[in-house]
Ligand binder design. Structure first.
Ligand code: OXD
Ligand code: MN
Length: 591
């Protein structure tokens, strides 16, 4: 598999730019070997064997978890690192107050010093990948160079990786350059740098998730959002789901939620028993690339081919589809282990752990968690029992509604509809959420996370909202825009909405709104369901809870508007005037 150090192999002749770049990186990083990944099953099997031998990968119980493995990360390397993530545009204003910025020359110089000789004794893997179906005009390609075989295995699941991607790069004549090294896994020598003007990413010192699988957050969101702005489309942190009603009609919704608000659960939703005849199809669970289509509607593709999902909390009751899906051909990272060599996590329900997410003996009596709260599964989307065949459609799926959501104890009602696209852009920009474990930092603090893109927009949010407005103007039949909040709590701190499968009730109302089949109550903040229009048959929600879930408190919203004004101010002139006009409108309607 691994070849002697070499400058060229027959493959790169297909894409000479790739070969030149790989050679320059080889000279800088001085690996012992260079391996061009072809994406074959044999290659994958060899890589897994190699990591099993070195102890970096552990085979799990092959009777109950066939094809499944476990990897442990370095204990200091368990999540994305936003404070070490930079957007390096020539002009600081282009990165905006929403990003950390570093001048490109300074960033390049720092990274060059880190990468110099860093692959000595290691293999340099060249990973050509395509984000989106290979034959879609909406797909975009990249090449990740990495010294981590674990990253290669993840990329082979998460993207269309190998030969076909390299061929497409040769046809496209362009690709995103991603350079990654795990370095020493030293938090003081860790940076995730983005150079949108050069379509380039440089990541050093982490082997974890979004820091290291460069196709995902770095390319498909940060770099792609920049590319999308220059090309007239949107790269968004959204799931895409097909919802089939009992009449057999399927409509598609894209939905943006901050990390760990149940995106994967919504994308793989299981209808409650009291809603027979409904069916859900997953197109994507994390990222959507949205393009105005020839018929004036908005079309979405999922650029990814797999899921990198949070494990804890997954069980038969919360998400049976996901639970079943991760029982074969799944790579687990940082979960615990049972005595029978099965993966274990908090909320799995079955069995008990004997070792924790670092492989150390675990005693239940200690009270701490055994699986890391941000432990993950990497699994092919095709493993999903409700994988939508339309995921492979090169033209994508038409989007009827875009749904924004956050994790809010109060203020935001269960669901409301924006008055129009422009108001909807403000609604999206106002998304806020209580923080969770997916990013390092404090848990439980409310932070603004516009369109759930705070950690992922590759440029100034002011310009980003202007671009959203621009895309809306181009759409003859734009999707309707909504906001949901599954996380409202009562005075005792208890969740008021059952969530999970019951969220389909809200989706049903949303789709009825899109089809013009149901009216709504106009309020200062948008349209809310009329009492009785939300299908609650078989749901365990009291009438009084429902009333509270759909209430709009003028005081709380006046406060929300003034907070939002202060937030927009941070973006100065770059924040579109339309957004303040929308805030004026809400304030006026609040009276
Ligand atoms: C993710 C995230 O990992 O949003 O998908 O943090
Ligand atoms: Mn995400």
């Amino acid at each position: 598999m691994a070849t002697a150090p070499q400058a060229f192999t027959p493959l790169p002749l297909l894409a000479p730019d790739v070969a030149e770049w790989v050679e320059s990186v080889r000279q800088l990083t001085t690996p012992d070997r260079v391996h061009w990944c072809d994406g074959s099953a044999a290659e994958l099997a060899r890589l897994k064997q190699q990591l099993e031998k070195s102890g970096e990968l552990k085979q799990l119980n092959q009777t109950t978890f066939p094809g499944c493995h476990l990897a442990y990360s370095h204990p200091s390397d368990v999540a994305r690192v936003e404070h070490l993530t930079f957007i390096c545009t020539r002009n600081k204003e282009d990165a905006g107050p929403n990003n950390n910025w570093m001048a490109p020359e300074e960033a390049r110089a720092r990274m060059r010093a880190l990468f110099k000789g860093c692959m000595k004794g290691r293999t340099l893997y060249v990973v050509p990948y395509c984000m989106g179906p290979i034959d879609s005009p909406y797909s975009r390609c990249g090449v990740e160079i990495t010294d981590s075989a674990y990253v290669v295995i993840n990329m082979s699941i998460m993207t269309r990786m190998g030969h076909a991607a390299l061929e497409r790069i040769a046809r496209d004549g362009r690709f995103v350059k991603g350079l990654h090294s795990t370095g020493e896994l030293d938090p003081d020598r860790r940076f995730i740098m983005h150079f949108p003007e050069d379509l380039a990413i440089e990541s050093y010192g982490s082997g974890y998730g979004g820091n290291a699988l460069l196709g995902k957050k770095c390319h498909a969101l940060r770099i792609a959002s920049w590319q999308a702005r220059t090309e007239g489309w949107l790269a968004e942190h959204m799931l895409i789901v097909g919802i089939q009603n009992p009449q057999g009609e399927t409509r598609y919704i894209a939905a943006a939620f901050p990390s760990a608000c149940g995106k994967t659960n919504l994308a793989m939703l299981i209808p409650p028993e009291s809603m027979p005849g409904w069916k859900i199809w997953t197109v994507g669970d994390d990222i959507a690339w949205l393009h105005p289509g020839p018929d004036g509607r908005l079309y979405a593709i999922n650029p990814e081919a797999g899921y990198f999902g949070v494990v804890p909390g997954t069980n038969r009751a919360t998400n049976k589809n996901a639970f079943d899906m991760i029982h074969r051909d799944t790579l687990f990272t940082n979960v615990a282990l049972t005595a029978d060599n099965e993966p274990w996590w908090e909320g799995r329900k079955l069995n008990t752990p004997v070792t924790d997410w670092q492989g150390k003996p675990y005693k239940t009596a200690d009270g701490g968690v055994s699986a890391h709260p941000n432990s993950r599964f990497t699994v092919a989307a095709r493993n999903n029992p409700i994988y939508s065949p339309r995921s492979e459609d090169p033209m994508g799926v038409p989007i009827s509604a875009i749904v924004f959501g956050g994790r809010r104890r109060e203020v935001a009602p269960l669901v409301y509809e924006a008055r129009d696209w422009q108001h909807g852009v403000l609604v999206g920009a106002s998304v806020a959420s209580e923080t969770t474990a997916a990013a390092t930092g404090e848990v439980g603090v409310v932070r603004r996370d516009p369109m759930a893109m705070k950690p992922f927009a590759g440029y100034n949010f002011g310009d980003y909202w202007a671009h959203w407005l621009e895309v809306g103007r181009k759409l003859e039949h734009p999707p309707r825009l909504f906001h949901v909040n599954w996380f409202r709590r009562d005075a005792d701190g208890k969740f008021m909405w059952p969530g999970f499968g019951d969220n389909l009730r809200v989706m049903e109302w949303i789709l009825k709104r899109c089809a013009g089949q149901v009216g709504a109550r106009e309020s200062a903040i948008g349209y809310l369901p009329n009492p009785g229009d939300l299908n609650l048959e078989g749901a365990n929600v009291s009438e009084s809870a429902m009333k509270e879930l759909l209430a709009v408190s003028p005081d709380a919203w006046r406060n929300e508007v003034s907070e939002m004004r202060a937030y927009l101010k941070e973006f100065g002139d770059r924040a579109p005037a339309e957004m303040s006009a929308e805030l004026d409108g809400i304030e006026k309607r609040l009276g």
